[in-house]
Ligand binder design. Structure first.
Ligand code: NDP
Length: 256
C-alpha cells in the first residue's frame, strides 16, 4: 500500500492564504491531495489559487468568514459539491488573537476569539463528519498552540480556545474511531507568520522567546506543515488523539 502519498485524497484546509495554512495547502497538494481552502480576502485568495494552478497543484477555494455560522455551512456545502460528498482530511487552521491582560478584554474581543478559534473548529468537525465518514478514511488535524498546553503570555482567551481544542482532539479521537476518522492536534510555539510578525519585529521580544527555546530560534511554517501532512498520511494510521508540540523544545524546558 502507498504509505507516503496522499494521491487520490481530498482535503479542506481553513485559512490557506497566509502563514501555516498556506504551507499546509502546499504540503498536502505536493503529496497529491486535492485541496479546498478559504479565507476572508477575495483578492488574496484569487492570487494564491492562480499561483498554485501555475505550480500544477490541485487547489480550489472560496471566500468564507469562519466566525459566521451560516458561512461555515455554505463552505461545507461547497466542499461537498467539489469533492462528491467525500472528504479525507480536515485541517482546522484558521485562528486569531488579541493580546490583552485578562481584565481588559471586551465582550466583543471574547466573542471574536471564541468564534474564530473554537466555535468554527468545533462546528466544522460536526458538519464535515458525514463527508469524512463517507470517504472511508478520515483525518482531522487541529492547529492548536503551546498556549493551550502551558501558560504563555499571549492572552487567556486564546489559551482557553486552544486548551479546549486539545480536549476536543481526545474526545473526537475516541468518539469517531469507529468511523475510521483519526483526530490529532499540532501545537506550535512562535512561527514566522503574519499573525505574529509585529511581535517578531521587536528584538527584545524575540530574545526572550529564543532564551526559552532549546533550539534557540523561532520556527518556520514549513516546520509545522510537515507534521500536519505526516499525520494525514496512511503512514500515521495508528496515531490518534495526540497533541504534538512543534516548539523547538520549549514545553519540555523546565529551567535551562
Ligand atoms: P496568519 O494570520 O498568518 O494566517 C491566518 C489565515 O487564516 C489567513 O489565511 C487568514 O486569511 C485566515 N483567517 C483568519 N481568520 C479567518 C476567518 N474568520 N475566516 C476565514 N479565514 C480566516 O496566522 P498563522 O498562520 O500564524 O496561524 C494559523 C494557526 O496557527 C492559528 O490557529 C494560530 O492560532 C496558530 N498558531 C500560530 C502560531 C504562530 O506563532 N504563528 C503559534 C501557535 C499557533 P484572512 O485574514 O484573509 O481571512
Amino acid at each position: 500500500a502507498a504509505r507516503w502519498t496522499l494521491q487520490g485524497t481530498t482535503a479542506l484546509v481553513t485559512g490557506g492564504t497566509r502563514g501555516i495554512g498556506h504551507s499546509v495547502v502546499e504540503e498536502l497538494a505536493r503529496l497529491g491531495a486535492s485541496v479546498y481552502t478559504c479565507s476572508r480576502k477575495e483578492d488574496e485568495l484569487a492570487q494564491c489559487l492562480s499561483k498554485w494552478a501555475a505550480l500544477g497543484f490541485r487547489v480550489t477555494g472560496s471566500v468564507c468568514d469562519l466566525s459566521v455560522r451560516e458561512q461555515r455551512e455554505r463552505l461545507i456545502r461547497d466542499v461537498s459539491a467539489a469533492f462528491d460528498g467525500k472528504l479525507n482530511i480536515l485541517v482546522n487552521n484558521a485562528g486569531t488573537n488579541v493580546r490583552n491582560p485578562t481584565v481588559d478584554y471586551s465582550a466583543e474581543e471574547f466573542s471574536l476569539i471564541m468564534a474564530t478559534n473554537l466555535d468554527s473548529a468545533y462546528h466544522l468537525c460536526q458538519i464535515a463528519h458525514p463527508l469524512l465518514k463517507a470517504s472511508g478514511v478520515g483525518s482531522i488535524v487541529f492547529i492548536s498552540s503551546v498556549g493551550g498546553v502551558v501558560a504563555i503570555n499571549t492572552g487567556s482567551i486564546y489559551a482557553a480556545t486552544k486548551g479546549a481544542i486539545n480536549q476536543i482532539t481526545k474526545n473526537l479521537a475516541c468518539e469517531w474511531a469507529k468511523d475510521n476518522i483519526r483526530v490529532n492536534a499540532v501545537a506550535p510555539w512562535y512561527i514566522k507568520t503574519s499573525m505574529v510578525e509585529h511581535l517578531l519585529a521587536d528584538k527584545d521580544f524575540v530574545q526572550r522567546i529564543v532564551d526559552r527555546t532549546p533550539l534557540g530560534r523561532v520556527g518556520e511554517p514549513e516546520e509545522v506543515s510537515s507534521l500536519v501532512a505526516y499525520l494525514c498520511l496512511p503512514a500515521a494510521s495508528f496515531i490518534t488523539g495526540q497533541i504534538i508540540s512543534v516548539d523547538g523544545g520549549m514545553t519540555v524546558n523546565g529551567a535551562f
